[in-house]
Ligand binder design. Structure first.
Ligand SMILES: Cc1ncc(C[n+]2csc(CCOP(=O)(O)OP(=O)(O)O)c2C)c(N)n1
Ligand SMILES: CC(=O)[C@@H](O)[C@H](O)COP(=O)(O)O
Ligand SMILES: [Mg+2]
Length: 704
């Protein structure tokens, strides 16, 4: 079966500017057609995979021919497609590395040889081949396989991932450890470490730090650059342009190919000459690859879908006895082999369940606007009125909702690539010149830019606006993507203002407030998913900094020296807190309910009033302990008010909450309405057995 990739025209043929613009496979009539694949289907509709069925572990790949391995790849692609059509997930990246995955496991002795996947979102084929096929349809499901690599899940996952650009650092660490331990176990000397990193991920600073170190270390490390000319969106930056140039220097590939092949067959001294010729070729044709300047031996680019390219070259790399790191540049196509994915703009980067035949995704009924889209609406309104407002994303224009802004204000929109650290300091630089930068970054990914927030923004008190999306628990992506810590890591910083909207109207108000706020850095955090469906104005109003709001006043309880329960919520937990308030009211204990709106500066007047007038004060936040509740507790302690109020902070537990549905995650976190009710009753001294009708068992960890 011909596995020629459009990226590999016959030698000497002119190649399109980009080097490998995938053929446009959208059928002329625009209708998506069934999958063109050599793999048939069984009576039950499942893909027919006779060869893949024989693969119990990668070991079973190692005596197969190139032809058979290509067949395994076809069957593996069909199995991956069928799986993701029932689970949803990161399909495009996995489809793009099917042949590469088969070849790597066929040539290298995994798991003894360490195979590390950057980000890990492309590892569904890897998981199927590495003794997890029987569980693959539990992918990203409660209790099922993770959507990324995880050490605790398999010995074939030597390093956990999900945040990008970590693979080379981890790989260098492993390779260095093998060198250090070889005196104890000589077999470690020939253990291979392979890091597979994408063209998006390699644009992050951390990848350069690792390559810079690897290049000078002489460590035996194989980096496979999986270049599909895609990040989540088309990639940006000079590195992307550089890679395209590399790919398109076709004569470079032929000459390099020839020199490489010759070098392998010559006796030692002559081989050195051939190698010099090889480097000369590189020098002339591409001015020496960037990677060689970093101390890597560069090989490629080769066709990542062609077993006749992959297998001999990977075997050469396995047998090569030269010291030092190698970078193998592999050209692949994101979404490869599935017409709807190939035809889509984002190559089906992340999909919900879908119909394999048509590619139509089974979308949930269109609920209310997402918090992301409400933020985008608010930002567009603010930008309309203020030309100094600019928007910055780190390779996630669609995830952060900035696509519309980019279309309307292309000159005021900046996608800096997967480079959160750079994004923050870039924003700080813009702020010094009077611009009003909105840095839209997921809570979990902002963690990567913490020192830039502290050192470049907070210490200089620069008015950078942080739109922190995916704050709190995020569902199927699990603990690696949970936005659990932003209240903690920002709340301890001087000069920082932190808001958390309780609903989408509040988010509009906070976006407008951030746009107008120039006194220093300001952040607002909001969750993944839909709002509650409020009717929204075009734009929000500016709210008073540091001022919360009371939504319900507690009835005064007779016989008690002061009112009953006060519930002080921060952010979108308010919905569930109001449900808890209803349940308490039904028990004759109607609580006061307040929305803090601000973690910093605290509304100290409101907090003191709540503490003075209630027997019980409970704070609720979707963040780790040590955030909002801790700040409130600090204040009450310092004012002496903690002495006469039963204060209970409710936070995320000190555990890592696995992928699940958002509701199940909240229940596991002990932040559901029932948990709030039980917390209040316990604080009032009502014994658990008296709290009949409460369905919450002791399973949900609750912080009190
Ligand atoms: C630090 C960090 N920022 C952002 C992301 C979100 N993200 C996940 S995959 C991806 C694109 C990766 O592109 P590439 O490495 O080329 O892999 P491909 O999807 O093309 O296989 C991004 C930006 C992330 N996982 N980690
Ligand atoms: C793999 C990765 O890091 C991103 O694709 C992430 O999964 C996107 O998350 P959302 O689906 O919340 O945008
Ligand atoms: Mg890519």
């Amino acid at each position: 079966m011909d596995h020629k990739h459009p990226a590999t025209p016959s030698p000497g043929a002119a190649s399109p500017a980009s080097g490998h613009a995938p053929q446009d496979r959208t059928p002329r009539d625009g209708k998506l057609r069934p999958v063109e694949s050599g793999v048939g289907r069984n009576a039950d509709g499942s893909p027919r995979t006779p060869l893949l069925d024989r693969i119990r572990s990668p070991f079973d790949l190692r005596n197969l021919s190139a032809e058979q391995l290509a067949q395994v790849a076809d069957e593996l692609r069909a199995e991956t497609l069928d799986t993701v059509s029932t689970t949803g997930g990161h399909l495009g990246a996995s489809l793009g590395v099917v042949e590469l995955t088969v070849a790597l496991h066929a040539v290298f002795d995994t798991p003894r040889d360490r195979l590390i996947w950057d980000v890990g979102h492309q590892t569904y084929p890897h998981k199927i081949l590495t003794e997890r096929r029987h569980r693959i349809r539990t992918l990203r499901q409660p209790g099922g396989l993770s959507g990324f690599t995880r050490r605790s899940e398999s010995e074939y996952d030597p390093f956990g991932a999900a945040h990008s650009s970590t693979s080379i650092s981890a790989g260098l660490g492993m390779a260095t450890a093998h060198d250090l331990l070889a005196h104890e176990d000589p077999a470690l000397k020939d253990r291979h470490v392979i890091a597979v990193i994408g063209d998006g991920a390699i644009s992050a600073g951390m990848a350069y730090e690792a390559m810079n170190n690897a290049g000078s270390s002489g460590a035996r490390l194989i980096v496979v650059l999986n270049d599909n000319e895609m990040s989540i969106a088309p990639p940006v930056g000079a590195m992307s342009n550089y890679l395209s140039r590399l790919m398109s220097s076709r004569s470079f590939l032929n000459l390099r190919d020839f020199a490489g092949r010759v070098a392998k067959r010559l006796p030692q001294p002559i081989e050195r000459t051939a190698k010099r010729a090889d480097e000369f070729a590189r020098g002339i044709l591409t001015g020496g690859t960037l990677f060689e300047e970093l101390g890597f031996y560069y090989v490629g680019p080769i066709d990542g879908h062609n077993m006749d390219h992959l297998l001999p070259i990977l075997r050469n790399l396995r047998e090569a006895d030269e010291k030092g790191p190698v970078l193998l540049h592999v050209i692949t196509q994101k979404g490869r082999g599935y017409a709807p994915a190939e035809a889509s703009g984002d190559k089906f980067h992340a999909v919900s369940k879908f119909n394999v035949v048509t590619g139509e995704q089974t979308k949930a009924p269109p609920g209310p606007p997402t918090y992301t889209s409400v933020f985008a609406q608010g930002l567009l309104a603010a930008a309309e009125a203020d030309p100094r407002i600019v928007a910055i994303t780190a390779a996630m224009p669609s995830g952060t909702g900035l696509e519309k802004f980019a279309k309307k204000y292309p000159d005021r929109f900046f996608d800096v690539g997967i480079a959160e650290q750079h994004a923050v300091t870039f924003a700080a630089g813009m702020a010094t010149e009077g611009m009003k930068p909105f840095c839209a970054i997921y809570s979990t990914f902002l963690q990567r830019a913490y020192d830039q927030v502290v050192h470049d923004v907070v210490l200089q008190n620069l008015p950078v606006r942080f739109a922190i999306d995916r704050a709190g628990l995020v569902g199927a992506d699990g603990a690696t993507h949970a936005g659990s810590f932003d209240l903690n890591y920002l709340g301890c910083l001087p000069n920082m203002t932190i808001m958390a909207p309780s609903d989408e109207l509040e988010l509009l108000h906070m976006t407008a407030t951030a746009a107008a706020y120039d006194a220093g850095p300001i952040a607002f955090r909001y969750p993944r998913g839909n709002g509650s469906g409020l009717v929204l104005p075009a734009a929000g109003e500016i709210i008073e900094i540091g001022r919360g709001r009371v939504l319900r006043e507690a009835g005064r309880q007779s016989g008690r020296e002061k009112g009953g329960i006060a519930l002080l919520s921060l952010g979108t937990r308010l919905d569930d807190v109001l449900r808890a308030a209803d349940e308490l009211a039904a028990r004759g204990l109607p609580p006061t309910v307040a929305d803090a709106r601000f973690m910093k500066p605290l509304d100290t007047a409101l907090i003191e009033q709540l503490a003075r007038n209630h027997a019980v004060l409970i704070t609720v936040e979707e963040g780790a302990a040590g955030g909002f509740g801790a700040a409130v507790m600090h204040h009450l302690a310092h004012t002496g008010l903690l002495d006469n109020v039963r204060f209970r902070p409710m936070t995320l537990p000190d555990t890592l909450i696995d992928h699940n549905t958002p509701a199940a995650q909240i229940a596991e976190a002990g932040l559901s309405p029932r948990h709030v009710v039980r917390m209040a009753l316990r604080a009032l001294g009502v014994p658990d057995e008296a709290a009949e009708g409460l369905s919450v068992g002791r399973s949900g960890p609750t912080s009190y």
